[in-house]
Design a protein around this ligand. Structure first.
Ligand SMILES: Cc1cc2nc3c(=O)[nH]c(=O)nc-3n(C[C@H](O)[C@H](O)[C@H](O)COP(=O)(O)OP(=O)(O)OC[C@H]3O[C@@H](n4cnc5c(N)ncnc54)[C@H](O)[C@@H]3O)c2cc1C
Length: 501
């Protein structure tokens, strides 16, 4: 079924090979289209940010029965010991609206939320499997796992497992995939977009198709664009995922009149190992999680001045982690320290124990301060003293709810999960900013058609995934990224095929 590129007679060309692209390709192929996928990365680095993802997917569900439909092999023990909660359409929409300060495009939001469960069933129908996402979204409390923030499922093998499975299905379905194919421009003719220009192994060629789906990510890996659009200091942030998302698709689309949409000055960024490599990497001993420092709701964070600068316990991790990277970037020297004592180290996530994790440790706070290079030690000790005195010890600690065990009377209070830092050994972890993806994108309609400045569809051009602007502003809703790529990718593939007919 696969055609050679030389035939130049594809119905649909998909640019990129992450989750959004592969869902587009599968959806177009399902409708009978001849599909070519062009992936800039070499084969061994294929799959974009999707292959770095934890693999969680935020879907509407009404509890165990719905989860069982997605994970039929859920064991009796898992069912007996787990409270999956429920996550309604209204909660999903409210969460999205709240974290984006009510900027999220309501049309895109409704499509995302209303198609979330059905799209995961569609992915499952392709042969891809899911498991309960215990590690990230549940806590064991009084013998039972309780999911705390709506997200309950992840792809088997995480993001890597998800895209590997999608590649397998795509290959089997006769979708042609070219690696090392760097798409540089869209070809626009009388019928609209009629193909792309690409460079493969140093050779430039024009590839023709009736329709093109752009699913080639944001500009997070482009240092120059980060400084240009996100602002001073962002050029120095570490990239958590792929090095290949440099904004090419956005530039190509803008070049032919696509409408910029969403928050071009905003991005998803997280507390990240200060001394991490410039880009993400996955190898035998490191994983996508290695750089993240997500146990901060149980810590305090102090900057180089020795001062706290945010509410570590403002909400569950999923609602704060993607905006706190930006807060860290704005601290002196763009870094800070997470401080833990022996009472809470058992709650730390696995990445705190990995080989490349930088930390200092001491039996007294004074010694710890000495080891925290560059920190104002006197102010740090004063901050811890004031914080310890302000903790509401009368309120019980409970990580499965927003427990209200906060501080009172501080300039910046901690709202939940506050524990005094008083039991040695003490630990401090240096953290900086890891950028995940950028929020600025191009405008699509509810059929994933790319719109021009007059809100008119550009014939033959579709977009999905990180390239779509308008969903996320200021913050991100944990585990909505893969679902967004799948939902709009599936629509884009179907619509591109219909256009090509
Ligand atoms: C460390 C990490 C963990 C994450 N965890 C989660 C999670 O658990 N759940 C969740 O929902 N989201 C998560 N995300 C976010 C999620 O990965 C992204 O939102 C999503 O994968 C984006 O999918 P995409 O297909 O749009 O982009 P990508 O997967 O990045 O794919 C873009 C593709 O385009 C290709 N490309 C780029 N430029 C060109 C070009 N010029 N020509 C050809 N190809 C090109 C790239 O090589 C790549 O294949 C995580 C991200 C990271 C980095």
């Amino acid at each position: 079924m696969a055609m050679s590129a030389a035939d130049k007679s594809y119905d649909v060309i998909v640019v990129g090979a992450g989750n959004a692209a592969l869902c587009s390709a599968l959806s177009a192929r399902e409708q009978g289209a001849r599909v070519l996928v062009l992936e800039r990365a070499p084969r061994d680095q294929r799959g974009g940010n999707s292959s770095f993802a934890g693999g969680g997917l935020r879907v509407v569900h009404s509890g165990t029965e719905d989860v069982k439909k997605i994970i039929p092999d859920l064991t009796a023990e898992e069912i007996a010991t787990t409270d999956f909660g429920v996550y309604t359409r209204e909660q999903y929409l409210d969460d999205l609206a709240r974290v984006t300060q009510f900027h999220a495009d309501p049309d895109l939001a409704e499509i995302l939320v209303d198609s979330s469960t059905d799209t995961v069933h569609w992915i499952r129908g392709q042969g891809i499997r899911f498991v309960p996402y215990y590690g990230r979204h549940s806590f064991k409390h009084e013998g039972r796992f309780k999911f705390v923030d709506g997200v309950v499922i992840a792809a088997v093998g995480g993001g890597r497992g998800l895209v590997d499975a999608e590649f397998k299905v795509a290959e089997k379905a006769g979708i042609e995939i070219r690696y090392g194919a760097h798409v540089t421009a869209l070809l626009r003719g009388n019928g609209g977009v009629e193909g792309v220009r690409a460079i493969t192994a140093g050779k430039q060629e024009e590839l023709r198709a009736r329709a093109v789906v752009l699913a080639c990510g944001g500009f997070e890996a482009n240092r120059e664009w980060r400084a240009r659009y996100l602002g001073a200091g962002w050029d120095l942030a570490k990239v958590r995922g792929t090095r290949y998302n440099t904004g090419d698709g956005l530039r190509m689309a803008l070049d032919i009149g696509a409408q910029p949409h969403g928050q071009w000055s905003g991005c998803h960024s997280v507390p990240w190992e200060r001394y991490a490599a410039d880009f993400g990497y996955v190898d035998a001993h490191m994983t996508h999680t290695s750089g993240q420092r997500y146990s901060y709701p149980f810590s305090i964070m102090v900057n180089a001045n020795g001062e706290r600068f945010l509410d570590e316990g403002a909400d569950f991790l999923t609602y704060t982690y993607a905006k706190y990277g930006g807060v860290l970037l704005r601290q002196p020297g763009s870094h800070a320290w997470q401080i833990y004592d022996a009472q809470v180290t058992r709650l730390q996530r696995d990445e705190y124990r990995e080989r490349d994790t930088t930390k200092v440790q001491a039996d007294t706070l004074e010694k710890l301060a000495e080891r925290m290079e560059g920190v104002d030690a006197a102010q740090f000790l004063a901050t811890v003293r004031e914080y310890n005195a302000a903790v509401r010890r009368d309120v019980p600690f409970n990580p499965t709810i927003k427990d209200g065990r906060g501080t009172t009377g501080l300039a910046i209070n901690k709202s939940n999960w506050a524990n005094p830092i008083e039991v040695p050994p003490f630990e401090a972890y240096p953290v900086g900013t890891g950028i995940t993806f950028t929020f600025g994108g191009i405008k699509i309609d509810n059929r994933s058609r790319v719109l021009d400045i007059a809100d008119t569809p550009i014939p033959g051009l579709y977009a999905a995934g990180e390239m779509v602007g308008g969903l996320f502003y200021f913050n991100y809703l944990g585990d909505a990224g893969l679902v967004s790529g799948a939902v709009f990718g599936r629509i884009a593939g179907r619509e591109a095929r219909a256009f090509a007919n």
